[in-house]
Write a protein that binds this ligand. Structure first.
Ligand code: E4P
Length: 216
């Protein structure tokens, strides 16, 4: 499973990159606002060291403007993925980018019907938001299974990019279903390695080793 890092915080991306955990990056307007930095500069800097897809989201709501904005973003680097909202206008822009060979990430997906439309429009990635669905009492992971089944039935090449991930279980369930990618907030990635038995086991090994008086 590929891990994209869901942040515009460059220091966090660099830290995780040292462990080989960064297969790509996703940003959105809220994450850019949180970083307090200039959007274009941020995308330039990230694409300077991340070679996988880096999603940069358009702000326009009509297709013509989305295409204008998306072209500017795609010109930053060949691995920029133009992120478009799942609206009819977004789907129209998606189709245009597909025809131009520019990668797209269709975001704000909350239903299988929307995911089917994105695949037909030629989206490179579809981003179903599992956490936000769970938040309102729906089964976010149920949506991932449904999209997987539909895409497999028709061999759509659109990749399922699980978004709005809140915890390790989301990642494990998405991996078991066969989602192509999960985009993860850095804190969720750091949490994945933690286990009380690992800490306890290491503490015991080190204490026992100290008793031997040896050095390696
Ligand atoms: C990523 O592409 C999405 O914008 C992001 O995962 C949304 O996450 P949130 O629901 O935690 O804001």
């Amino acid at each position: 499973m590929r891990f994209f890092i869901d942040t515009a915080d460059i220091a966090e991306i660099r830290k995780l990159d040292e462990y080989g955990m960064v297969d790509g990056v996703t940003t959105n307007p809220s994450l850019v606002a949180k970083s307090g930095r200039n959007f274009i500069d941020t995308i330039k800097e990230i694409t300077g060291f991340v070679k996988g897809p880096v999603s940069a989201e358009v702000i326009a709501t009509d297709a013509a403007q989305m295409i204008e904005e998306g072209k500017k973003l795609a010109a930053i680097a060949p691995n920029v993925t133009v992120k478009l909202p799942l609206t009819w206008e977004g789907l129209k822009a998606c189709r245009s980018f597909a025809e131009q060979g520019i990668m797209t990430n269709v975001t704000l997906c909350f239903s299988a019907a929307q995911a089917l439309l994105a695949a037909k429009a030629g989206a490179t990635f579809i981003s179903p938001f599992v956490g936000r669905l769970d938040d309102i009492g729906h089964q976010g992971m149920g949506l991932i299974s449904e999209i997987r089944r539909i895409y497999d039935n028709y061999r759509y090449p659109t990749q399922i990019l699980v978004a709005s991930v809140r915890h390790t279980n989301h990642i494990l369930e998405a991996a078991a279903i066969g989602a192509d990618v999960a985009t993860l907030p850095p804190a969720v990635v750091w949490q994945m390695a933690k286990h009380a038995l690992t800490d306890k086991g290491l503490e015991t090994f080190l204490a026992d080793w100290a008793k031997t008086g040896q050095k390696i």
